[in-house]
Design a binder for this molecule. Structure first.
Ligand SMILES: *[C@@H]1O[C@H](CO)[C@@H](O)[C@H](O)[C@H]1NC(C)=O
Ligand SMILES: *[C@@H]1O[C@H](CO)[C@@H](O)[C@H](O)[C@H]1NC(C)=O
Length: 303
């Protein structure tokens, strides 16, 4: 009976206390402590001794932007062409005895088509940067690479090499718009037509194809120590492709080099390129400039 009488009093105190600021702070501290303790409890290592590495993984937050490949020792610019020919083409220039007889009949002397390949940005950057090495990511039939080779020659940069990274497959369904590009047993011969265009333009001494996906090619160039003064990104325009290409490209850019790319304004894929470029610039505190349809990031120094 005694306790029954005390109970309402106790509740009365609680209800009064719960309306005070002190109670508010007290409850916040209580919930925080509860959350902390329960998280701590869940983080306790399981009983089996063999699972210690799993526990360590949980405790160290994974850096989402971490890359594992270390770029190799720098190859001097005058050895870059030789390095690529040795590593990719077994020591023989791909232009030797070109075109091969089985492909010759499918090729046109010059079958060039590009988009924004003659923009003023190319001359502006080549004049300013005077690159020894240019890497182009996404070359298709070589329009912009040939234009850049022409510019370097005209500007007296005779030694400049342009490496063209492309799988030379176009994209699924691209022949809807390029019906004249041959299809031989499922192969589109785009690399041969690219090379034919380079040979017809007389730039086989300064342009080399790097015929692999952008991801695998850029990883290998980094491993081999190949760096560029100027990297042009014009491959997949969706966010995922552009994001991967930019982040891989920056690893093969010499400190202070220039990154640029096409279609900053493309709306067709929800501005995937623009979002990737802007996010990259924001994370690395860099400034994006535009030149015609192109974006340009100067003095990149993030490696
Ligand atoms: C690569 O080059 C070596 C040395 O020149 C040669 O013996 C070999 O046959 C070549 N391999 C291929 C696949 O062409
Ligand atoms: C190189 O540039 C010159 C001058 O602009 C132009 O007349 C010529 O057609 C270009 N050559 C090639 C192969 O693009």
């Amino acid at each position: 009976m005694k306790e029954d009488r005390r109970l309402p009093h106790y509740l009365h105190f609680l209800s009064k206390f719960s309306k005070t600021k002190t109670a508010y702070v007290f409850f916040i501290l209580l919930t925080y402590a509860f959350g902390y303790l329960s998280a701590y409890y869940h983080r306790q290592p399981p009983q089996q001794p063999e699972s210690t590495s799993a526990v360590r993984t949980v405790k160290c937050p994974i850096d989402s932007f971490r890359v594992t490949t270390r770029c190799g020792d720098l190859v001097p610019p005058e050895l870059i062409r030789r390095t690529v020919i040795d590593r990719i083409f077994n020591g023989t220039s791909p232009y030797t005895d070109f075109p091969p007889p089985h492909a010759a009949k499918y090729l046109r002397p010059k079958r060039i088509k590009g988009w924004g390949s003659y923009g003023a940005v190319f001359e502006n950057l080549i004049r300013r940067v005077k690159p020894r090495t240019i890497v182009e990511i996404g070359s298709f039939l070589g329009a912009s690479a040939i234009h850049m080779a022409n510019l370097t020659r005209r500007l007296g940069l005779e030694d400049t090499q342009i490496l063209c990274v492309d799988d030379f497959r176009g994209w699924p369904g691209f022949r809807d718009r390029f019906k004249d590009v041959a299809l031989v047993n499922g192969d589109v011969l785009l690399m041969y037509q690219f090379m034919q265009n380079v040979v017809s333009s007389d730039f086989s001494g300064s342009i080399l194809p790097v015929p692999f996906s952008t991801g695998s090619a850029l990883e290998k160039l980094c491993e081999w120590g190949v760096t560029a003064d100027l990297v042009e990104i014009d491959a997949g325009h969706d966010f995922n492709s552009a994001w991967a290409d930019i982040n891989r490209a920056v690893r093969i850019l010499r400190p202070g080099g220039v990154l640029f790319g096409h279609d900053y304004f493309t709306a067709a894929d929800n501005r995937g390129v623009r979002r990737a470029v802007n996010l990259f610039a924001e994370i690395n505190r860099l400034k994006v400039k535009t030149d015609g349809q192109h974006w340009v990031i100067d003095s990149v120094n993030v490696n």
